[in-house]
Ligand binder design. Structure first.
Ligand code: PHE
Length: 339
């Protein structure tokens, strides 16, 4: 019996040493220490041992169980650790990392609009907004544009079945601002405008404008010229020349087109027409007052100017784009150049 236990113990300890991984160790543990295992069967055999030998045999059995249990317990953590180390060894930490998702950039038109807004903010302009879907009154009537004006032609404008339309210019925001706030007013309104133009290299049916409106006591044509000259010089940089050419808009009197000549623009020495402007026509104040039901915009007391320009045209000349459609096709190869 004692010799058998000696043999069993050395076998079990050898099995522990031989176990190459955690599952092998567990199988050996079940074989020797399990409920149906080798040591358990010695409990049965104990009964056959003569009474006087039993204490010594029992002691030896306990010793064997402790020694074997201790050996298994000692081996387990090392094998578990090795499993982890093997798993980690399969990872090559010197390989280059997985690149992050590519970081995007603002669209060139957005960049241009942001720059323009920043310059006007420095001049004390606030941002104003209005709906893209407008009524004829805000788009035309209030802006002194008579019913027979070509801009109101169904061939030129997108009308909805209910008679509303997609605004043909951001000048609608002039009216909306004056409707809701008395003078002084000093706002810019960037946003989309729509015209029923055949889409080609220089026309889109939807484009972006930036409108400006200043109304206060004593505002003069000189203020408008100074503001726009400053704005375009800031936008285009040193060496920029700005000129005002008489023009006609129904809602301003007098009206002008603004031309810019600057080394920053492609074709450097040419005058480029980029902006419409003028002193707000008293007829516009009258329309606004009628809506408001007061005389807040009294043409005898206040005066003001308005201006508006298209962002796509500006972007095309600034960036030297041959085709306006590049700005709306969202081709990453094109956009990537302007990060
Ligand atoms: N609304 C005019 C256009 O779309 C531009 C403009 C705005 C002209 C304000 C004068 C004053 O062409």
């Amino acid at each position: 019996m004692l010799a058998e236990l000696d043999l069993l113990q050395s076998e079990a300890l050898a099995a522990v040493t031989a176990a190459a991984d955690a599952p092998a160790l567990e199988a050996a543990r079940v074989k020797y220490l399990g409920r149906q295992g080798a040591l358990a069967s010695f409990g049965e055999k104990m009964r056959a041992v003569p009474k006087e030998e039993r204490p010594a045999a029992g002691k030896r059995l306990n010793e064997a169980r402790s020694a074997i249990t201790a050996a298994f317990d000692a081996a387990a953590p090392a094998l578990a650790g090795r499993a982890e180390a093997d798993a980690l060894a399969a990872v090559d930490v010197t390989l280059p990392g997985t690149p992050m998702l590519p970081v995007g950039a603002l669209h060139p038109l957005t960049q241009l609009q942001d720059r323009a807004v920043q310059i006007f903010r420095r001049l004390g302009f606030a941002l104003a907004d209005g709906p893209d879907v407008e009524d004829e009154w805000h788009c035309f009537d209030a802006l002194n544009t008579p019913p027979d004006h070509p801009a109101r032609n169904e061939q030129d404008t997108f009308y909805l079945p209910d008679g509303r339309l997609l605004r043909t210019h951001t000048s609608t925001v002039q009216i909306r601002v004056m409707e809701t706030q008395p003078p002084p007013v000093r706002v810019i309104a960037p946003g989309a405008a729509y015209r029923r133009d055949e889409v080609d290299a220089t026309h889109l049916a939807q484009f972006n404008q930036m409108e400006g409106l200043v109304v206060d006591q004593g505002v003069t044509l000189g203020d408008m010229k100074g503001t726009l000259e400053f704005f375009f010089s800031e936008l285009f940089g040193p060496g920029t020349a700005v000129r005002f050419r008489p023009h006609f808009f129904p809602f301003t009197e007098p009206s002008f087109e603004v031309d810019v000549k600057t080394p920053a623009l492609r074709g450097g020495e040419r005058w480029l027409e980029i902006c419409g402007c003028g002193m707000v026509d008293p007829a516009v104040y009258a329309a606004v007052n009628a809506r408001r039901g007061d005389g807040a915009y009294d043409a005898e007391v206040v005066s003001g100017y308005a201006f508006g320009f298209g962002l796509e045209r500006l972007a095309m000349t600034l960036l030297g784009l041959p085709d306006i459609r590049l700005l709306v096709e969202n081709d990453v190869r094109f956009l990537e150049q302007f990060r």
